[in-house]
Design a protein around this ligand. Structure first.
Ligand code: GTP
Ligand code: MG
Length: 203
């Protein structure tokens, strides 16, 4: 039996930058122009083959809206990896990246982070230069990728880069020891929090 490794990933960033769109594109290979803003936290998973491993990615998609901040904060603690997303066409979403990263680090100093500039397809509306974001990423030792959830550019690559980062320099044995976990996809959920789960669809 192939050992299953469970990795918990968290999507963070301002509202409307395209977190849900990136996730839906990755999982369902679909894009929706009229994606609905996430309420609190959403969850999706995907099992992938990675080298000799079967990896279950548990991906937590948070709302970027301020009013849900107290809920989303609860999810930092148990995450292995963080994908911080901003919108290449809205400078303020890039300016907020540092805040998102700091907040996550305050709650989980071991978390590994990747920075994503999304909506690469909107070339004429671009407000954040590649070089600027790249330089910020380099200074902060972050990997930086530019994506389009709409056109499906760099979507699976971003998740692959995240796994590479989590496994970086580790032997197979170390990986197994560190990441082989019980599948407890809802373990990070406080009782007080209601999570819209694709398996436990509510309402
Ligand atoms: P919250 O859930 O409110 O935090 O927002 P979000 O980050 O999940 O954003 P969401 O995925 O809902 O996308 C917001 C809007 O941007 C939607 O209308 C999407 O269709 C659009 N969008 C997302 N990604 C892209 C992209 O790569 N290109 C373009 N052109 N539009 C995108
Ligand atoms: Mg969303």
């Amino acid at each position: 039996q192939v050992p299953q490794i469970v990795l918990k990933l968290l999507l963070l960033g301002d509202s409307s930058v395209g977190k849900t769109s990136i996730l839906v594109k990755y999982i369902n290979e679909k894009f929706d122009e009229s994606s609905i803003s996430t309420v609190g936290v959403d969850y999706m998973d995907k099992i992938i083959d990675y080298n000799k491993f079967k990896i279950k990615l548990q991906i937590w998609d948070t709302s970027g809206e301020e009013k849900f901040r107290t809920i989303t904060k609860n999810f930092y603690r148990n995450a292995d990896g963080l994908l911080v997303v901003f919108d290449l066409t809205r400078k303020e979403t890039y300016d907020h990246v540092r805040g998102w990263i700091n907040e996550a680090k305050e709650n989980n100093d071991k978390i590994k982070t990747i920075l994503i500039g999304n909506k690469l397809d909107l070339k004429d509306e671009r407000k954040v230069e590649n070089g600027v974001a790249k330089q910020f990423a380099e200074k902060n030792s972050l990997k930086y990728l530019e994506t389009s959830a709409k056109d499906g550019i760099n979507i699976s690559e971003s998740f692959k880069a995240m796994i590479d980062l989590l496994f970086d320099g580790k032997s197979e044995e170390e990986i197994l020891n560190e990441f082989k976990k019980q599948d407890s996809s809802l373990s990070v959920v406080d009782d007080s929090i209601e999570v819209k789960n694709k398996k436990k669809a509510c309402c």
